[in-house]
Design a protein. Structure first.
Length: 248
């Protein structure tokens, strides 16, 4: 997948955690915010609110499967300070990821709770299929969903969200990955230790990221696939596989 992309800004040296229990955003005139109602903690009474049923009508299945439905749409004629928090789960934290113009982020919408974009421009979302890749079939990663800037993503993660530089090679659990910039060299590798996989303590495959300028995004304690190497039920395993195939 070849896309021109500018890397995301990194947090200060030595830090990678970008999330908090609550976050504040300044909604500017000419912008719109789409967000899950339960994450909208407070907002000025002067903001105009209405319901938007899907994140993007061009991607109805993706919006439904990721839970991005019945969203609150906010717009304001003057700068408006909005506070965002996960009011329904004390373990969730919220991160704000700014994608500047020219940047592109492969992202799994399961971690998305909202976004801010220009009100007069359609969302720059695209999907990329990898049907000709043997690696994609072996890992069931047949589709990637890409968000392009300028846009601000509001991301959730259990116990926190981290943003790190890929550098000379980093490996994390596949169930923890939320996204990565398109200038990352992405691949998968088998877990170095096989016994933890057999005991259901570790996933069989890990995600690997390489590239000096690329960055990747992940949650601290993933709930998705929380029993790696085991399938609690046939239906649950089948559902997880379908969502993985569609990049959700």
């Amino acid at each position: 997948m070849q896309l021109n992309a500018a890397s995301l800004p990194l947090p200060p040296q030595g830090e990678s955690r970008i999330s908090a229990v609550s976050q504040g955003l300044l909604l500017q005139p000419g912008q719109r915010m789409l967000i899950h109602p339960e994450y909208l903690q407070s907002s000025p009474v002067s903001t105009h609110k209405r319901t938007q049923w899907l994140l993007d009508w061009r991607f109805p299945f993706t919006s439904l499967a990721a839970g991005m439905v019945a969203l609150t749409r906010l717009e304001s004629s003057e700068p408006a300070s909005v506070t965002i928090s996960a009011s329904d789960d004390p373990l969730l934290e919220v991160a704000i990821v700014h994608l500047p113009a020219g940047s592109a982020l492969v992202f799994q919408p399961r971690g998305l709770v909202g976004l801010v974009c220009d009100a007069d421009q359609p969302l720059a979302i695209s999907s990329h299929w990898r049907l000709g890749s043997l690696h994609a079939w072996l890992t069931l990663q047949l589709r990637f969903i890409v968000f392009r800037g300028p846009v601000t993503l509001i991301v959730r993660g259990c116990r926190g969200v981290r943003l790190e530089r890929a550098g000379q090679g980093r490996s994390i659990s596949q169930s923890a990955t939320l996204g990565f910039t398109t200038d990352v060299l992405y691949s998968t590798l088998r877990s170095e230790t096989f016994i933890p996989y057999l005991r259901g303590q570790q996933a069989l495959l890990n995600d690997r990221f390489d590239g000096d300028n690329g960055v990747y995004l992940y949650e601290e304690t993933p709930r998705h696939g929380k029993q790696p190497g085991k399938v609690g039920s046939w239906f649950e395993g089948f559902t997880d596989a379908i969502l993985k195939i569609f990049g959700i």
